[in-house]
Design a protein around this ligand. Sequence first.
Ligand code: OFO
Length: 170
Amino acid sequence: MLSKSMQDALNRQVLMEAQSSQAYLAMASWAEIQPGLKGVTEFFFRHSDEERMHMLKLMHFINERGGFAIIPQLEQPTLTFVSLKKAFEELMKHELAVSASINELVDLALKEKDYATHNFLQWYVMEQMEEERLGRECNDKLEMIGDDKSGLYLFDRDIMTMDAGGSKKR
Ligand code: OFO
């Protein structure tokens, strides 16, 4: 059985994953109307779906452990970006905030000696490591590319084969 404090904290994470999904959905819609960003568009759509899956996984866990998963109200995410680089910088900032939030949940689980939740959260710890790695890789490449159009062309092509968040692990 989840404690009230753990249940509330997990529900805050449900909100965070839902916000992540919305944020990447907005990036996908923006990318879709930019010329030549087909690969990036697919990447963001896929990433948005993965965040929704992260949210659902949390919801099932909360409900299965005697709690009640709350469907959160969402804020409108950023809709437009001055450049692809800015969109990926935002993605990276977002992922770092999610990692910090997961770490706080792990802390709380340990403090409460809630080992089942602690064990459940390890999947998210690994997932965030992967997402941070991927975010950093994209940001580094875009930094290198700058305004070079052929570099952007290759980035868009390559991102189609990059793992958008460890989907192989599921
Ligand atoms: Fe849910 O993994 Fe990113 O945010």
